[in-house]
Design a protein around this ligand. Structure first.
Ligand code: GRF
Length: 194
């Protein structure tokens, strides 16, 4: 079975769903202090590490940061890195045959290739789409790019705000993303007693 790390930058509600659904997670890592790393993993006995990203300017040394993350993943013998609301794009170094090529996944709250970037939900709403959704994909050094693993459609409802629509999308991600990770990591689904 593959060893899994989950990378977070925010509230970590997708991570919480993965933990509640019994996904075996070996490491939680974050690029900033956030609920996802400080609170969500508590009580699960999972190591949580903060690799702080201190530079948000264009001069950010993405490659050096990526190197730090790779070193941590190796320390914990991680095979699969699951980005769940993680806000830093890794450099090419992450995706080499000798590093984590075809071993990093991401989820994005739109039907890619539409509405890439941080404001995906607001942009979709502003554009006036009637349907949006989420995309789970292999990550690459390009933002919200890479081969698609799964997508699910979510309707936009009259009166939706960014918050209501995003929450509806996350509701889908909380089920779909763990399912995809189980497939990718060869983990049998949890069977619950009736
Ligand atoms: C998700 O909608 C994901 O698609 C996006 O960030 C959100 C993560 O939410 N990249 P949370 O921090 O897990 O609540």
């Amino acid at each position: 079975m593959k060893r899994i790390a989950v990378a977070v930058s925010g509230t970590g509600s997708l991570l919480a769903a993965m933990l509640e659904q019994g996904l075996p997670i070996d490491l939680v890592l974050a690029d900033r202090s956030c609920k996802g790393v400080n609170e969500v993993p508590k009580g699960y006995g999972i190591p949580s590490v903060l690799i702080p990203r201190t530079d948000y300017s264009p001069a950010f040394n993405r490659d050096a940061y990526t190197q730090q993350v790779i070193a941590k993943l190796r320390e914990y013998q991680v095979d699969l890195l699951v980005m769940a609301g993680f806000m830093t794009v890794f450099s090419e170094r992450m995706f080499q045959p000798e590093t984590y090529q075809n071993a990093v996944t991401n989820t994005h709250p739109s039907l890619l290739p539409a509405f890439k970037g941080e404001k995906a939900v607001a942009d979709a709403l502003e554009f006036g789409v009637k349907w949006t959704g989420c995309t789970i994909h292999w990550a690459t050094p390009k933002l919200d790019d890479g081969p698609i693993l799964a997508q699910e459609v979510v309707p936009v409802i009259e009166g939706d705000t960014v918050d209501t629509l995003w929450e509806r999308i996350k509701g889908v991600e909380r089920t779909l993303y763990p399912q995809v990770i189980r497939q990718v990591a060869n983990i049998a689904p949890v069977t619950r007693a009736a």
